[in-house]
Design a protein around this ligand. Structure first.
Ligand code: HEC
Length: 263
């Protein structure tokens, strides 16, 4: 019961942080009429709880005044991301989100990437490009997962340069039969920050991303010592298209759920 109480307090705290983010998003470009998207994250079974080594099914609904609604297929689904964060102790949630609000915003995955600008943040660039149609954090799709790429290439300037060229010019033969098409629309800085992001974050098992408006992920194996304080923090977000032809006017919307272990 105590855990429950703590979680309610925590949820309120996170909600407060999150509202701050929405406000932040609003103030990035005060001179636009672009409305932020409404994002609603739902878990299909076991509301508020998770079981070890089990599938969690989720769906995300997006409603945006300008872009449209996911219900009518008006939202590019690969630009909708679910960030999955595993924390051993729910008390860490506060640390995870607290501190300077910029860090909190990044932690929540609402502002993503190493830099905060829409046009240079690695993850932001990838979600607005086509990367997530072929790549996932874990598990091969058409291309290798971010985890596989980060396992093969160390995070260093040479690898970042080399992979930047391969993303820009296209790549074949490194991983198998499938080819990666060239990405001439991304400049050097943008491509480098996408590649850096992959090498830097690819191996993190506690934080990863799923693209799409519905899907599932498997929770981890039950640890030897379970305290009952383990939580999954789920953050769904969408960055809308913004004002046509005006850069950096996209706005984020998000929704958060916390699942605690059922024992
Ligand atoms: C149409 C599918 C597709 C898209 C879109 C795509 N990739 Fe790939 N990607 C692949 C495939 C397939 C490979 C493996 C190519 C090979 O074997 O050389 C790959 C390989 C990679 C590699 C590893 C290259 C190497 O030499 O080992 C990186 C890094 C990468 N992709 C990043 C990205 C980024 C960043 C984006 C978005 C800007 C992106 N990809 C978009 C299919 C795609």
């Amino acid at each position: 019961m105590q855990t429950n109480k703590n979680l309610v307090g925590l949820a309120m705290f996170i909600f407060a942080v999150f509202c701050g983010i929405k406000n932040y998003a609003q103030s990035t470009r005060a001179d636009t009429n672009n409305h932020p998207p409404e994002v609603s994250l739902n878990i299909l079974f076991g509301q508020g709880q998770f079981k070890w080594n089990s599938l969690v099914y989720y769906s995300i609904a997006i409603n945006d005044k300008e872009d449209g609604s996911s219900e009518y297929d008006e939202i590019p689904v690969f630009e909708v991301l679910l960030k999955v964060v595993y924390l051993q102790d729910s008390a860490l949630l506060k640390d995870y989100l607290a501190g300077n609000s910029m860090i909190a915003q990044r932690s929540l995955g609402v502002l993503q990437g190493d830099k905060t600008s829409v046009s240079t943040g690695g993850l932001t660039i990838m979600r607005k490009s086509t990367c997530f149609t072929c790549h996932a954090s874990k598990g091969k799709l058409i291309g290798p997962s971010f985890e596989m790429i980060a396992d093969r290439y160390q995070y260093n300037p040479d690898n970042i340069k080399m992979l930047t060229k391969r993303v820009q010019n296209g790549s074949k033969g490194q991983w198998g039969e499938e080819q990666m098409p060239p990405h001439p629309g991304l400049n050097d800085v943008q491509t480098e920050s996408a590649v850096s992001w992959i090498l830097h974050h690819g191996k993190n098992d506690d934080v990863y991303y799923l693209a799409g408006i519905k899907g599932s992920f498997r929770t981890r194996e039950k640890p030897e010592k379970v305290t009952g304080k383990e939580v999954y923090l789920l953050v769904a977000s969408y960055l809308d298209r913004g004002v046509p032809d005006v850069p950096d006017t996209g706005r984020y919307g998000g929704d958060i759920l916390i699942l605690r272990s059922d024992e």
